[in-house]
Design a protein around this ligand. Structure first.
Ligand code: FBP
Length: 262
């Protein structure tokens, strides 16, 4: 971990990362209810909102669409990923080098680590290469820290999420993105386990405005420094309205109620 408060993906110590790697991770099924979002430009448009500090995408989407948005959007390039067609033990193929990410304009790189998977050892070795290359390019590293695998039946258990944030700190991430562990106390412990490293909450499948914003509020109050979210923003009919509210909850530390009233 190095200080990243001056990095483009951080605003006032916080981050709101808009993720759209779902076409790879889940497949086009995630766009069924919002077919217009199959066009990545529509989500890049959403990412131009002031609240969004970076958009997380895979290499192909970055190559094709980022050139039109590089003045208005910060790029977090995900350098590994797996499709939902893969039925083996949790693993993620490194599909982009950090050098190439830097060449196409990345402001940060993202890497999924499945701690607890039978492939954890190889993934940690791959992370080492990515993390050290990122340091050479002065790019922050965001770890999607998702303990999963044959031996892990519950991936949001408090002790699992604290282990997930700690893995990020121990292995040299600058931000760990983790699932909400179900209670403010558990989130607080997970943030403490991360030391001074930043922790952002992962969005998850779409819920109501209030349910989502109040979980974000709880995570921020527990010490999280923001959010990395996909479906809860771009699966909505009006993503801007929710981003306006998220801006208040994350950066101005307003309550979910107050943010929705305005
Ligand atoms: P969501 O907010 O839609 O959950 O997106 C965040 C994210 O980490 C994406 O980057 C990724 O594609 C997806 O969640 C993975 O979700 P899961 O592995 O839990 O199905």
């Amino acid at each position: 971990m190095i200080p990243i408060d001056d990095a483009p993906i951080v605003r006032d110590g916080k981050s709101l990362i808009l993720a759209m790697d779902h076409g790879l991770e889940h497949g086009p099924v995630d766009f069924e209810d919002v077919p217009e979002k199959l066009d990545p430009s529509t989500v890049f448009e959403t990412a131009t909102h002031d609240a969004v500090t970076a958009m997380a995408v895979q290499k192909g989407i970055a190559e094709g669409y980022y050139p039109s948005y590089e003045d208005d959007v910060n790029l977090l390039l995900k350098v590994n990923g797996t499709s939902n067609l893969w039925m083996g033990e949790y693993d993620s193929a490194v599909n982009c080098s950090v050098d190439y990410a830097a060449e196409i304009g990345a402001d940060a790189v993202g890497f999924t680590l499945y701690g607890g998977s039978n492939h954890e050892v190889e993934m940690a070795e791959e992370f080492r290469e990515v993390q050290e290359a990122a340091r050479e390019h002065d790019l922050p590293v965001v770890m999607w820290s998702y303990p999963r695998g044959q031996g892990l039946k519950n991936d949001t258990k408090p002790s699992t999420i604290s282990y997930a944030t700690r893995l990020g700190l121990e292995l040299g991430a600058d931000i760990a993105k983790v699932k909400y562990p179900g209670s403010p106390e558990a989130m607080e412990h997970a943030c403490r386990a991360a030391g001074d490293m930043k922790v952002v909450m992962s969005g998850g499948s779409k819920t109501s405005d209030y349910e989502f914003l109040s979980t974000v509020e709880a995570a921020i109050n527990a010490g999280a420094t923001g959010l990395a979210v996909g479906r809860n923003v771009w699966q909505r009919e009006d993503p801007t309205r929710l981003l306006d509210a998220l801006e208040k909850v994350i950066y101005e530390e307003e309550t979910a109620d107050a943010a929705l009233e305005e």
